[in-house]
Design a protein around this ligand. Sequence first.
Ligand code: NOJ
Length: 545
Amino acid sequence: MTFNTSWWQHGIFYQIYPRSFKDSNGDGIGDLRGIISQLAYLNWLGVEAVWISPFYPSPMVDFGYDVSNYIGVDSIFGDMTTFEELIQKAHWHGIKVIIDFVINHTSDQHPWFLESRSSRNASRRHWYIWADPKQSGSPPNNWISLFGGSAWEWDAATGQYYLHSFDKRQPDLNWRHPEVQAAMFDVLRFWLEHSVDGFRIDAAHMIMKDPHLRDNPPNLTGARVMHKPMGDYDSQLHLYDKEYPDLHGIYRALRRLLDSYGVEQPRVAIGELHILDWKVWASYYGANLDEMHMPFNFGLVSAAWNAQAIRQSVDTIEAILGPGAWPNYVLGNHDEPRIVSRVGPAQARLAMMALLTLRGTPTLYYGDELGMYDGDIPAQRVQDPFEKNVPGRGLGRDPERTPMQWDGSPNAGFCPPNVESWLPIPADYQQINVIVEREDPHSMLTLTRALLEIRRTTPALSGGSYRPVENVPEDCFVYLRQFGDQRRFIALNFSSREQTVKLAELGAGQFILSTYLDREEPINLTSLCLRSDEGCIIALADSTE
Ligand code: NOJ
């Protein structure tokens, strides 16, 4: 059996939010040396790649998504030498390293912006998007920031507004300026020369806006504009403030740059795209698969959590992707409520099984392998600028960013006991942590690690085809994965009631894994009884292996 997927296709990715992973120097904030100290854990868990959210110098208004120097390391996180050591040690463990490329905006403290705002004649004035006020003095158009309020900020010194799609301290770059393109591609080269294995491109669909800066129309139907409620941002249809078609030229050029570093062990581009129209979303792979390797697919995050909706989400992706376009799935990230908090602990086990048995690259969010919940954040400890801009509406992202729960000691082993961690440690850390769960044969960690190992060692799961199975109870999502003669059958019960799946035509099989972690016996598929919330992987007995 030949198996010819590339590392980013059969590999399992793991997202690290560096502030929250492991603090090595006792300041209550995670850092690069903390990550280095846990590479052995990641290796034990079985991941093949990590994506590390921003660690660049930053005023930390948006915790690193406001970059003031693209080619450095913030002293909170370490320094370049530590980064080099991280890359070298990660590679030694067989772990690839993806870093964030914050493409749409810089910090307002970036020297480029300081120069841009210094005068209308500044040489870098047009590196950002400046516009005159309307006659009334009001902003140039009605665009709204994703973090609430107008997307335009008045600059009294030069008498113009600048655009910020996020916080006002995150001015948008003008990607139509050739010097911006050149400077940002130099940033990519810098990190490629430092042996990074790819980039997660932040807010990738935002970089090109309507050149005429037309007003967005109102969202009269109230239909969703993103995959989750976004406050004021939902009041408009965002036709003009993002996704202008010339952005595809940028992504083709970016891909050429990555490919110039070799296609045997490709450096990859993974885009963060919040696009609800899947056809448009898929266009970011490029008409000739010459743009992103993968645009992140938030289907499992946005779909209602039931068998029909999840199946539909998967089938939509399968149908829309052209030949060679590789799917991917996530259950959460640093912007989304955690999976356990969304669907409960029993269904989170099922979700993990789905993530790790569907066709396409899975990305796990740190802590989800433990079943970490969203934390409770008292008002006085709120950190997220989104929450600060629009308090009390549940839009903030601090809850999903609480420190990793390593053990049962005070501060969960994240930072020393006498230090206050940057976000509070959830109260359940004595039960939900790596040390406790490693020893528990039925824990979420044990399940996740088993799933990772099965996926890694089963070509049908890591690279095989996908086919949904029909005529199953409506609360079940059942599918077949196949590579050559190897067939695996996955049955997921999304309900809290027992369900019976009758598939006599599939003959006999063998349980490989149940989300209950208690059965590995032969099974006759004439009648497969799934317990409440149970998911199973079954090897079909007629495989000729
Ligand atoms: C998307 C990132 O995931 C989010 O955390 C950040 O606030 C915005 N982009 C702005 O960079």
